[in-house]
Design a protein. Structure first.
Length: 323
């Protein structure tokens, strides 16, 4: 279970008033406890996670049962990374390397209070370093990107070796994930309204990827073409064109051979989904203590939102790689 950041605080519009800080801090604690119960594997750092400063975020990380990752956020005082730069996990026999990047362009400027005490290294430079470090040790590399969707597309073009880009910040609902060169780009909608489950049949990190839905669509088209070819009423001129279409489809299907097959299932997190009892109990305790803060409702996704498509990856969705 992965997330690409902006988990703990609402969209930044300026420093919190002093009177709001206790409620915001306790809400972040509540969310962290919930993520612990859910069994998160890692999260990337987003710009809004720094709303109350690096010290508060560092304090949250110490209570987490999973690592906070940020490969390019440095402590200004020590010059060292503020959180762990990467993680290697063994999942279904695969060695999966995970790292995270935060874009400095998402802040309003050097005076942005969220940047106090930190230095953000160039994401492109750090990405090259992380891929070089992780490649010999892993089969699959995942970037938890808090760069924005346009930058994710640029990274997929410019940086080789990243297999999955689980993006955040922009909140693009990628029902059908783009494949750019050898990278699959995943992202779900904002505000934790969706989760995504990524199913992967992995053969080779250099082989490329294809969406099983594309394959199914081509196979259905091939079946329809064959039915029309077998029909007695089909004219010979039409059969010539259909045979050409059949050859083209078969050629495209042949290109999938040996590649890594994936399917991503996007699930809207509606009120109909039952709460974990321990999380529900903690939420009620928070609402009792901070009734005004808790009364702000969160928009719900439509129940009819697409369930299949192409985290990742991660606005606030999750994307779990598996073999």
């Amino acid at each position: 279970m992965l997330d690409a950041g902006d988990l703990f605080f609402k969209k930044f519009a300026g420093p919190f008033p002093d009177a709001s800080i206790p409620g915001a801090t306790e809400k972040a604690q509540l969310m962290l406890e919930s993520f612990n119960i859910m069994g998160y594997d890692a999260m990337g750092i987003g710009d809004d996670d720094l709303t109350l400063g690096k010290e508060v975020l560092a304090g949250l990380s110490k209570k987490a049962k999973f690592p906070f990752l940020s490969s390019n956020v440095m402590d200004e005082e020590t010059g060292k990374v503020l959180f762990e730069p990467s993680l290697i996990k063994m999942i279904s026999g695969l060695r999966i390397g995970i790292f995270s990047l935060l874009s400095p362009d998402l802040f309003s400027g050097p005076g942005d209070s969220r940047r106090k005490g930190i230095v953000i290294r160039d994401p492109a430079e750090v990405a090259q370093e992380m891929v070089k470090e992780l490649q010999p040790k892993t089969d699959l590399i995942i970037l938890l990107s808090h760069l924005s969707y346009p930058k994710d597309m640029e990274f997929a073009q410019a940086v080789s070796g990243i297999h999955l880009i689980v993006g955040g910040h922009t909140g693009m609902h990628l029902a059908f994930p783009p494949i750019v060169k050898n990278s699959v780009i995943l992202q779900t909608g904002l505000k934790g309204m969706y989760a995504a489950r990524f199913h992967l049949t992995f053969n080779d990190g250099e082989a490329g990827f294809y969406n099983v839905q594309t394959k199914r669509s081509l196979q259905d088209n091939l079946t329809n073409v064959q039915i029309r070819l077998n029909a007695a009423v089909t004219q010979e001129a039409q059969k010539v064109q259909l045979r050409k279409t059949k050859e083209d489809i078969e050629k495209r299907l042949g290109q999938f051979r040996g590649k890594n097959e994936f399917e991503n299932v996007i699930v809207p997190l509606t009120e109909q989904i039952q709460e974990h009892p321990e999380i529900a109990k903690r939420i009620e305790a928070y609402k009792t203590k901070f009734p005004e803060t808790a009364s702000t409702s969160t928009p719900q996704p439509e129940a009819s939102a697409p369930r299949t498509g192409p985290r990742a990856g991660p606005g606030a969705g999750t994307s779990g790689p598996r073999k």
